[in-house]
Ligand binder design. Structure first.
Ligand code: B12
Length: 209
């Protein structure tokens, strides 16, 4: 599917009513909403980031675009999360300390739920204590998200914190994070997008079983 220009522009302009209408229409017409997400909505957020880097827009414009994207996600969540709901394992997903970006993290949560996992959404700005509480509540896979080059450094602290706990696996992701960085801090997994998050969890759940 080519880029849906109307959706792309609606996200950039922060027109959440239009974003929701386009998705609702797509659902009613049985179109593939994940294609709209991958080919139009995520590229729109990328475009907004690029405009921000070039000082063409500022935080308020990024924020209204993000709200429009969240509004779209609310509409498509039931479709994306439709799947086999047999609990396969317990996972906690949270954006790391100092970081308030949560759109990518929310997508990871939606895709994992759709794949049948029990997911605890820890929200944003998660310090190790928050991940600790999740582990005490039975979580064995922790997924950390970071969108800032400054906050991704905190992932190292999370890995260090759990390094002597053999039943806890740490998976990291987010725009600035790479496989090299994951290897350098000793994370158990890295995923480039929400679909990869599911594949890594499948692999790690097998290893934990
Ligand atoms: C929207 C946005 C905001 C919104 C966030 C709203 C929200 N509720 O999330 C607001 C306006 C609040 C914001 C604030 C800031 N932002 Co901002 N923001 C963005 C923007 C435009 C889009 C991010 C986004 O949602 N992308 C869409 C999602 C779907 O993609 P994603 O998060 O990458 O997630 C995907 C993958 O990475 C992966 N993934 C994500 N997490 C995980 C986790 C795991 C485990 C796995 C496996 C995979 C995975 O899966 C996802 C889906 O496939 C980016 C630009 C960009 N290109 O990323 C800048 C950007 C991240 N922001 C930036 C900056 C600088 C800031 C501010 C510091 C600005 C300021 N001066 O105040 C603040 C920081 C606030 C804070 N403490 O966190 C910079 C970061 C630069 C850097 N190198 O660190 C960017 C890159 C913009 C830029 N080009 O300069 N921002």
């Amino acid at each position: 599917m080519a880029r849906n220009e109307e959706l792309f522009q609606a996200v950039c302009k922060g027109d959440r009513v239009k974003v929701q209408a386009i998705f609702q229409n797509a659902i009613d017409s049985n179109l593939d909403v994940s294609e709209l997400l991958d080919e139009s909505m995520i590229p729109a957020m990328r475009e907004m980031g690029d405009r921000f880097s070039r000082n063409e827009i500022y935080v308020p414009e990024m924020l209204i675009a993000a709200r429009a994207m969240q509004a779209g996600l609310t509409i498509i969540e039931p479709v994306l999360a439709k799947g086999n709901h047999k609990p396969l394992g317990k996972i906690a997903v949270g954006t790391v300390k100092g970081d308030l970006h949560d759109i990518g993290k929310n997508l990871v949560v939606i895709m994992l739920k759709g794949a049948g996992y029990e997911v605890v959404d820890l929200g944003t700005n998660c310090a190790v204590e928050k991940y600790d509480e999740a582990v005490s509540a039975g979580v064995n896979i922790i997924m950390c998200s970071a969108l800032l080059t400054t906050t991704m450094m905190y992932m190292k602290e999370v890995v260090e914190h759990f390094k002597n706990n053999p039943v806890v696996k740490i998976v990291i992701g987010g725009a600035p994070v790479t496989q090299n960085y994951a290897d350098s801090i000793g994370a158990h997994g890295y995923g480039q997008d929400a679909n990869e998050a599911v594949r890594i969890v499948e692999r790690l759940s097998g290893a934990l079983a």
